[in-house]
Design a protein around this ligand. Structure first.
Ligand SMILES: [Zn+2]
Length: 110
C-alpha cells in the first residue's frame, strides 16, 4: 500500500475557479481530491480489497520466477547427486559379485 500526494490546478465548483488541489493517491488510484482554497474534499471510493488483492497479486506474480529458479537450481543439484547415489550402489554390488565369483572360481580350481 502506497499513499502519495500530488498538487494540481483543477476547477473547483465552490471557488468557481481553477485552484490548487491536493490529490491523494492510494497506489495508482486517486483516493481524494481537496481544494487548497476552500478545503472542499472529494473522496473517491477506492476498493481497498481490490487494491490489496492487486498488490498481493503483483507480489505473487513477480516472485514465482525467483522461486522456480531457486527450485530449478536445487533440482539440478538433486539430479546431479541422485544418479551418483543410484549408480554407486549397483557398482558396489557388481564388484562384490565379481569378488564372490572369483572366490568360487578359485575354490573350484583348488
Ligand atoms: Zn475550492
Amino acid at each position: 500500500m502506497k499513499i502519495s500526494e500530488m498538487k494540481a490546478d483543477l476547477y473547483c465548483i465552490e471557488c468557481n475557479d481553477d485552484t490548487l488541489h491536493n490529490i491523494v493517491y492510494l497506489n495508482s488510484e486517486i483516493k481524494c481530491v481537496e481544494c487548497e482554497e476552500c478545503n472542499r474534499k472529494v473522496e473517491v471510493k477506492v476498493d481497498l480489497k481490490k487494491e490489496v488483492y492487486k498488490e498481493i497479486y503483483n507480489r505473487v506474480t513477480t516472485k514465482p520466477s525467483r522461486i522456480s529458479q531457486e527450485y530449478k537450481k536445487d533440482l539440478s543439484k538433486f539430479l546431479i547427486k541422485l544418479p551418483r547415489r543410484v549408480v554407486s550402489k549397483p557398482y558396489r554390488a557388481v564388484r562384490y559379485l565379481n569378488k564372490a565369483r572369483n572366490l568360487t572360481k578359485k575354490m573350484k580350481f583348488k
